[in-house]
Design a protein around this ligand. Sequence first.
Ligand code: TK8
Length: 331
Amino acid sequence: MTAGLALAVIAGVIAPASAEISERTIRVSNGVAEDHPVGEGVRAMKACFDEKTGGKWTLNAFWSSALGDDLQATQALRSGTQEMVITSSSPIVGVLPALGVFDLPFLFANEQEADAVLDGEFGQYVSDMMPQVGLVNLAYWENGFRNLTNSKRPVTKLDDFDGMRVRVMQNNIFLDTFQTLGTNATPMAFGEVFSALETGTIDAQENPYVTIDTSKFYEVQEYLSNTRHAYTPFMVLFSKPIWDTYAEDEQQILRDCAVVGRDVQRAASRKLSEESLARIKEAGLEVNDIDEASMTQIRDAVQGVYERHKDEIGAEVVDRMQAALAEVRGQ
Ligand code: TK8
C-alpha cells in the first residue's frame, strides 16, 4: 500500500499535501494585446510567482488570441492541455450558464459595486461552481464597462440603434439585448472583430475604452457613444485537471498571486481608461454621452432580457445577484 502510494506521488498523480514547490511552466493566454491592463496584471502575478517559488515557476503569456479565442482556450484548460486563461465570462456561458448573470444589461452601476459583488460572497458562489466544469477561478479581474463604437452615426437615443450591424460576444444574452435595441447583432470571436470592422462586414462593436484603444478599434470606427450597458469581468481560470497535480501550497500560491495581479490590473485598467478615452478622441472619433431621458428609454427597452434569461442562468443565481447588489447599495 505504502509503495503504491509512493509510486502514485512520484508519478505526480497524487500531489502530496505539503510537497516542495516543483519546477512548473504555466502558459496563460488571452485575447487582448500585451499593452492592455491585463499585461500589468500578468507581470505582477509573474513577479509574485518568482518571489514565492524562488524562480521555480515560469509564466509564459500569449496575447491577442495566439492560443485560440476565449472559448477555445477555456476548453483547452478543461482538457488539461493548457494551464491558464484570462477570459471574459461572457463567451464561456455555454460552459457554465450561470455566468450569464454578469451579462444582464445595466446590472452594475459602477466599479465599486462590481468589486464588492465579485470579491464577496456572490463571486465565491459562482467560483465554487467552476470545478464541476473542469476549471478553477483564481480571481476576477476587470474587463470593464462596455461602450458602443460604430462607423455610421452617433447613438444618442434608442432609435439610433435601428439596423446597425453590431458584433456581440458569443452569448445569447448580449445577442438578445442588442436585437431588442433594434440592431442586426452578430456573435463573433474577439479576434475577428478588427478585420470585420475594417472590411465593413459589421458597423459596430462594444467594449471598454482600454480595449477599444489597445486593440486599435478607433482606427476603423467613427463614433463612440457612452452606453455603459454592461460591466464584464475577466476570470483568471486554471485547468482543474492540472490543478489537481499541484500540491496544496502550490495551489495557494496560484490563488494568492492571482489576487496580487487582480489589484494591480484593476488599478491599471481604471488609470488607463481616461488615457484611452483621450487617445480615442485624438484619433478623431466623435464621442457622445446619452442624456438621462434617452438612457431611461434604452434601459426600459431591455428590461425584458432579465425575465427571458432568468431560467437559463438559474433563478437562484439571478436572485442571489440581486440580493448581493441590494446589500451593497444598502437597500
Ligand atoms: C478578450 C475578450 C474581450 C471581450 C470581447 O479575450 O470579446 O469583446 O470584451 O475582452 O474577452
